[in-house]
Design a protein around this ligand. Structure first.
Ligand SMILES: *[C@@H]1O[C@H](CO)[C@@H](O)[C@H](O)[C@H]1NC(C)=O
Ligand SMILES: *[C@@H]1O[C@H](CO)[C@@H](O)[C@H](O)[C@H]1NC(C)=O
Ligand SMILES: *[C@@H]1O[C@H](CO)[C@@H](O)[C@H](O)[C@H]1NC(C)=O
Ligand SMILES: *[C@@H]1O[C@H](CO)[C@@H](O)[C@H](O)[C@H]1NC(C)=O
Ligand SMILES: *[C@@H]1O[C@H](CO)[C@@H](O)[C@H](O)[C@H]1NC(C)=O
Ligand SMILES: *[C@@H]1O[C@H](CO)[C@@H](O)[C@H](O)[C@H]1NC(C)=O
Ligand SMILES: *[C@@H]1O[C@H](CO)[C@@H](O)[C@H](O)[C@H]1NC(C)=O
Ligand SMILES: *[C@@H]1O[C@H](CO)[C@@H](O)[C@H](O)[C@H]1NC(C)=O
Ligand SMILES: *[C@@H]1O[C@H](CO)[C@@H](O)[C@H](O)[C@H]1NC(C)=O
Ligand SMILES: *[C@@H]1O[C@H](CO)[C@@H](O)[C@H](O)[C@H]1NC(C)=O
Ligand SMILES: *[C@@H]1O[C@H](CO)[C@@H](O)[C@H](O)[C@H]1NC(C)=O
Ligand SMILES: *[C@@H]1O[C@H](CO)[C@@H](O)[C@H](O)[C@H]1NC(C)=O
Length: 806
């Protein structure tokens, strides 16, 4: 959602329904499939009784946002005991709230490759939202997926790999909803850049429409829709449609994506809400599958009585342009998850919220407010500290530089090491530009996905505390300009003697509303590293970053260790100290590829140019996803291109080995089961079903094979390994190159020195299929399928092959 007031102006004005782009168009898919409450049957019956009592005006009210104490609000209906709905940002914290935790970002969570921690983070997030009286949490994020390395919001989501993102999303959703809140999976779909995400006005006041993501059918299924399928299968209550257009049609009124893919093919039973200001029509959006308009008025903070929904819904039913069945379905979709999660008995909204949420004017509805400043943090900081470490990736460690062994002297450098100086809320005025602020560590990034810190442990603070145990002399310079421009001669007199180890902390700001303009860390980071390394031959670089970084200094022989610490949240300093000193053995793995040069990512660019910025053509902003399936490691592998650090890579303080690959067929098709057996009788396409089921055809989720390997800790200390399984599908004759390898399994296991363990990766039908555009079906390709198990996308230790369909 959009919170930066500078951007709001873009939304005001005449919003014109887009025409089809010249790239493709979105085929019409009507009518909008109705929910049957699959999996939520008892709640569905309660919702039916509730809907039966509603007046036409109340129906309109239930689907239209209004002003209130929360970021999004649905007004109460006291006569039916309905207290309304409170919707709050965001994916890593209840954003604006006081006395709430700030968790590691999605990116950090993905880098942990730890299902258990992903799930626990979801449970705790859910508990905090519920404790504050929020019914709906606006997260998790799976779009942006991270097509463009420069994307400003990639850190809110998980990984450009859809399998890893799908697992992270489902664990998060199940955790959040287990705590009784509704998750809102966002942003549906193809939302891969900030630039021109919303319409703008040209100098001549022509409305220039949002960027159109033009995506072919196979790519949409295998990359961008994939994690949404996991979320729907996990029972997500709501999904937010995005700001961009898809094939020329706005996401919130695209009948192909909403009616066809989401509610049809994936069998989504919950409701679709618009991103804030993402609604561009009433009737067209409703018939195309949009169920709830947020924040409600035509413009932010605008007239409550003027909305694309609201009174227009009632008149559309009266004049027959929207059926009453459709309106009832919208409400059934909204109320069924509410009853399923027993939200009719719920904590009141924290009394502080109206003051915190100053974006919105006074409101008409009576919302039930409770005590102010309720402390919902509990002991969640233990998980935050653990996940901050678990999502830190050790990229280089020459000569066992790390873990530190009671050094006598240590230097700490860089403007990311110390405490913040511009406040603890990373959405304030100081943060509303592309570069953020100069001094202070970066625990989270900016926009609606940020959080208000209740405290922050900075790296320097935690290092001082830990170093005191060894009597280590800790000296520091945090001024990047001084470090980079003056060089060692300028600062070495301030740090004497030359430290045994020098820690350089770098940061990279990113925020909703802007795409990044570079991929190196900010504030002359390369100059800082080179300067410190020219004087200190044992330099350890730590990055805190709202996305991936290229690291031109990675091969500098004096840079002896590198840690990508991502966005760790409030326990930042403790999380990194645990790694630096070996209290925690690093086990994070890259959820993206670090290329050698920034230009290596040009295959998936942000669409932007002076001509587009100056255009008078409403449809000028077109982003053709011509790279198809080949994003991130799929690109680098297909073109056999060298990279600095590959997807899935990360070092440990111990070593691991892998042996004994074996494949078992499940025999679901009636074929033989057992070690090495082929699953004879499996058809290339799944049996068709008449019933839609959340997540799509249930046969897609059936395990066809299990691949086992044995992993051993061959080093001297305990540590967690992340064995990974990649599947190599044959090329298919449809023009779109098939990636060489795709991730289809991973696990994280703790092993003592000398210990070994057998791991099983279940391969579902979907994992072995591609999207066949002719058959309009997931299809297992004929011919041999390679199975590659190892410790990264380029470190295979065990391989095998199956032929599922000959
Ligand atoms: C996008 O693709 C369409 C159809 O192939 C083409 O006409 C258009 O020029 C492309 N746009 C850009 C910006 O490449
Ligand atoms: C977008 O257009 C492409 C190319 O014509 C087509 O393959 C795809 O199915 C379309 N997708 C949607 C959602 O309209
Ligand atoms: C709706 O009205 C029916 C009777 O018409 C009643 O049994 C039911 O409890 C009411 N439902 C709600 C949610 O008020
Ligand atoms: C564009 O609209 C603004 C606000 O209504 C107005 O002040 C301005 O003169 C208009 N510009 C042109 C070129 O019409
Ligand atoms: C209905 O929608 C139009 C825009 O299409 C808007 O101008 C009007 O104010 C809306 N009416 C109500 C009652 O919200
Ligand atoms: C940082 O160092 C530069 C160069 O020495 C200096 O001009 C600047 O004032 C310093 N900044 C602060 C905040 O001390
Ligand atoms: C960046 O660092 C380089 C040294 O590597 C230095 O020459 C340059 O002046 C620095 N730039 C800024 C803006 O501090
Ligand atoms: C590495 O550090 C030594 C000082 O120990 C220095 O002499 C040398 O120039 C440095 N090398 C690089 C590449 O910075
Ligand atoms: C690294 O620097 C230290 C301290 O300046 C020095 O004693 C040591 O010899 C250097 N090592 C190498 C390999 O240059
Ligand atoms: C987009 O292009 C315009 C004009 O070339 C430029 O001013 C702006 O900085 C660009 N934005 C990004 C995020 O690159
Ligand atoms: C399974 O099929 C492969 C050919 O794809 C064959 O080499 C192998 O022997 C078969 N395994 C069994 C147990 O039948
Ligand atoms: C595969 O690994 C799982 C544990 O993940 C284990 O339960 C199963 O027995 C193993 N299968 C074989 C054939 O080793």
């Amino acid at each position: 959602m959009l919170i930066l007031s500078a951007l709001l102006a873009a939304l005001v004005g005449d919003l014109v329904v887009a025409q089809d782009s010249d790239y493709g168009s979105s085929p019409p898919v009507y009518p909008s499939p109705g929910t049957q409450g699959i999996g939520w049957e008892a709640a569905f019956a309660r919702a039916e009784a509730f809907v039966a009592n509603l007046t036409a005006d109340e129906k309109a009210q239930l689907v239209t946002g209004t002003s209130g104490p929360c970021v999004g609000n649905i007004g109460a209906i006291p006569r039916l005991g309905f207290n309304g709905l409170c919707l709050q940002d965001g994916p890593l914290a209840i954003r604006q709230a006081t006395y709430a935790s700030v968790f590691p970002a999605g990116l950090t969570t993905a880098a942990s490759w730890d299902r258990g921690l992903m799930n626990l983070r979801g449970i705790y997030l859910g508990a905090e939202f519920k404790g504050k009286g929020a019914h709906v949490a606006l997260g998790p994020v799976v779009a942006p997926l991270g097509r463009a390395a420069y994307g400003g919001r990639n850190w809110e989501g998980f990984s450009p790999d859809p399998y890893l993102t799908g697992v992270a999303a489902e664990e998060t959703i199940m955790g959040m909803q287990q705590s009784g809140i509704q998750a809102c999976l966002k942003h549906f779909i193809g939302y891969e850049q900030e630039t021109q995400r919303n319409p703008s006005l040209s100098p001549d006041n022509v409305t220039i429409e949002s960027v159109s993501s033009n995506i072919d059918d196979r790519t949409l299924h295998e990359l961008y829709l994939w994690p949404f399928a996991n979320g729907v299968k996990a029972g997500v209550a709501s999904i937010m449609c995005s700001y961009n257009r898809i094939n020329g049609s706005y996401a919130c009124q695209n009948s192909k994506t909403q009616n066809g893919l989401l509610k049809g093919e994936l069998g989504f039973q919950g409701y679709v809400m618009s991103d804030w200001g993402g609604t561009h029509s009433g009737v067209a959006s409703i018939n195309a599958g949009l169920d709830m308009d947020m924040p409600g008025p035509l413009s932010f903070g605008g007239d409550q009585n003027s909305s694309f929904f609201g009174g227009n819904v009632t008149s559309a039913v009266n004049n027959g342009s929207v059926s009453e069945t459709r309106v009832n379905d919208m409400i059934m979709r909204i109320m069924t998850p509410y009853f399923f999660l027993q939200q009719d008995e719920y904590p009141p909204i924290d009394g502080e919220e109206p003051a915190l949420n100053s974006n919105f004017p006074p409101y008409d509805y009576q919302f039930t407010l409770g005590a102010s400043n309720v402390d919902v943090r509990d002991d969640h900081n233990q998980l935050i500290r653990e996940l901050g470490s678990a999502g830190t990736v050790l990229l280089k460690n020459v000569g066992n530089t790390l873990p530190l062994k009671a050094p006598k002297t240590m230097g700490v450098f860089g403007n990311d090491a110390g405490d913040v100086v511009d406040g603890l809320y990373f959405s304030g005025a100081a943060f509303q530009n592309q570069y953020g602020y100069e001094y202070g560590t970066l625990p989270v990034a900016g926009g609606s996905g940020t959080g208000r810190l209740s405290y922050l442990v900075s790296p320097l603070e935690a290092i001082k505390t830990r170093a005191a145990q060894d009597g280590t002399l800790v000296q520091y310079i945090l001024n990047n300009t001084l470090l980079s421009t003056e060089g060692p001669s300028g600062f070495s007199s301030a740090i004497l003697p030359v430290p045994q180890v020098c820690l350089v902390f770098l940061k990279t700001w990113a925020s909703e509303g802007y795409d990044r303009v570079g991929l190196e860390a900010d504030w002359n980071s390369t100059g800082v590293v080179e300067s410190v390394a020219s004087y200190c031959n044992n330099t350890v670089v730590i990055t805190h970053s709202g996305g991936l970084n290229v690291m031109p200094w990675a091969d500098n022989p004096n840079v002896t260790a590198i840690l990508a610490a991502h966005l760790p949240g409030e326990e930042s300093g403790n999380s990194i100290v645990d790694i630096l000193y070996g209290a925690v053995n690093p086990s994070g793995k890259l959820p993206y590829t670090i290329a050698l040069n920034a230009s290596d990512y040009n295959f998936a660019p942000i669409t932007n140019s002076t001509a587009l910025v100056e255009t008078e053509d409403p449809n000028a902003w077109q982003s053709n996803f011509t790279e198809g399936l080949l994003i991130d490691y799929r690109h680098f592998d297909y073109y056999n291109q060298s990279v600095a650090f590959e997807f899935g890579f990360g070092l440990s303080y111990t070593t691991f080995d892998m042996s004994g690959i074996g494949v078992t067929s499940s025999g679901v098709a009636g074929g033989g089961t057992g070690w090495g057996a082929n699953n004879t009788g499996v058809t290339s396409t799944p049996p068709s079903t008449n019933t839609s089921s959340p997540g799509g055809n249930p046969a897609l989720w059936e395990t066809l094979y299990t691949v086992n390997v044995t992993v051993a800790n061959t080093g001297g200390v305990a540590g967690a390994a992340v064995p990974q399984l990649y599947v190599s599908l044959p090329q298919v004759p449809d023009g779109d190159p098939t990636p060489v390898n795709v991730l289809r399994g991973f696990d994280k296991i703790m092993l003592q020195p000398g210990q070994s363990q057998s791991i099983g990766f279940d391969l579902a039908r979907r994992d072995l299929s591609y999207w066949d555009t002719n058959a309009q079906q997931w299809t297992i390709p004929s011919g041999p399928i390679g199975l590659n198990a190892g410790f990264s996308s380029r470190d295979f230790r065990q391989t095998s092959q199956i032929t599922v369909v000959s």
